[in-house]
Design a protein around this ligand. Structure first.
Ligand SMILES: Cc1ncc(C[n+]2csc(CCOP(=O)(O)OP(=O)(O)O)c2C)c(N)n1
Ligand code: SF4
Ligand SMILES: [Mg+2]
Length: 284
């Protein structure tokens, strides 16, 4: 049967999304790449700019709405999720995007974050995870690795880090994906899929803070290690084609003790492309 799906016609270009604001991110920050990919994908939605809204909390990442020529709000620390939910409840026609950081969403905003996913409001969450508090100049965050030495943990952090994607799955998130600032092709594809998803889409983006946590994700990008440490899985397709069980088995053979393998999910649940953080016992 022929597909009747049509691709929307863009009403503007990525250049129309560039604002007159001076960008205050440090030169070399991974946020620039994310901004560029978002500005590339948003016109593809075919919506007028007045139907697109970016709402952020507080942090370097949360300066994002200033740099998007759409509606937007640089809101309150950890509360972008609540404000976005309220807006979406009142204006279902809007495409609502939440931009947050690992501190903003996993510390002060942690409670709002899990309840947004549980409620499954039709909004999109972009979590820029640089595993540090960037704006406040380099304190450890809930996603910093154990032993992390920072100004606030001079003898090394004694905390176990949160895995935001695992947290999202624990809250029964219906779209959970992870990408990287350094992989623009994959990032754009994840943004497209997130936009298409009905319900809360959660996209975690590994983002390099070259000033306070440089190279945190090098292991996934450098030639010597990336094939061993980095694998792309698309659970959605495999679930739909009824082959999820096969994937589960083959991944277990490969020693991937990912949470997604252990968790029973509903048929509606979509898991986007996950970047594995566990060393593969053999290469794909
Ligand atoms: C109520 C409140 N508490 C604390 C702060 C200080 N503060 C500002 S940004 C921030 C953390 C930001 O970290 P993250 O969300 O990871 O963003 P990044 O700067 O790394 O992009 C904190 C603790 C604040 N602005 N308001
Ligand atoms: S402090 Fe880090 S996250 Fe913030 S703008 Fe600079 S490089 Fe980017
Ligand atoms: Mg951060």
């Amino acid at each position: 049967m022929e597909s009747t799906a049509t691709t929307p016609t863009p009403l503007f270009t990525s250049k129309d999304l560039v604002t007159d604001q001076d960008i205050r991110w440090c030169p070399g920050c991974g946020d620039y790449s994310i901004l560029k990919q978002v500005q590339t994908v948003i016109p593809e939605l075919g919506l007028p700019r007045e139907q697109i809204v970016f709402i952020s909390g507080i942090g370097c990442s949360s300066r994002f709405p200033y740099y998007m020529e759409t509606y937007g709000m640089h809101s309150i620390h950890g509360r972008a999720t609540a404000i976005a939910s309220g807006l979406k409840a009142a204006r279902k026609d809007l495409s609502v995007w939440i931009v947050t950081g690992d501190g903003d969403s996993m510390s002060i905003g942690g409670n709002h974050f899990i309840h947004l996913l549980r409620r499954n409001f039709n909004v999109n969450v972009l979590l820029f995870n640089n595993q540090i508090y960037g704006l406040t100049k380099g304190q450890y965050s809930p996603t910093s690795e154990s032993g992390k030495v920072t100004k606030s943990t001079p003898f090394g952090s004694i905390d176990h880090p949160f895995n935001p994607a695992a947290l999202a799955m624990g809250a029964d998130g219906t779209f959970v994906a992870r990408s990287m600032d350094r992989d623009p092709v994959h990032l754009k594809e994840m943004l497209r899929q997130a936009a298409q998803h009905k319900g809360t889409s959660f996209l975690e983006i590994y983002q390099n803070c070259n000033v306070f946590n440089d190279g945190a994700f090098e292991v996934f990008t450098e030639k010597a290690s990336k094939n061993k440490k980095h694998s792309l899985l698309n659970m959605a397709n495999h679930w739909c084609s009824g082959r999820m069980v096969n994937w589960e088995l083959s991944l277990m053979d490969l020693n991937l003790s990912l949470l997604i393998m252990q968790k029973k999910v509903s048929a509606q649940t979509t898991f986007g492309f996950m970047t594995c953080t566990i060393e593969l016992s053999q290469e794909f």
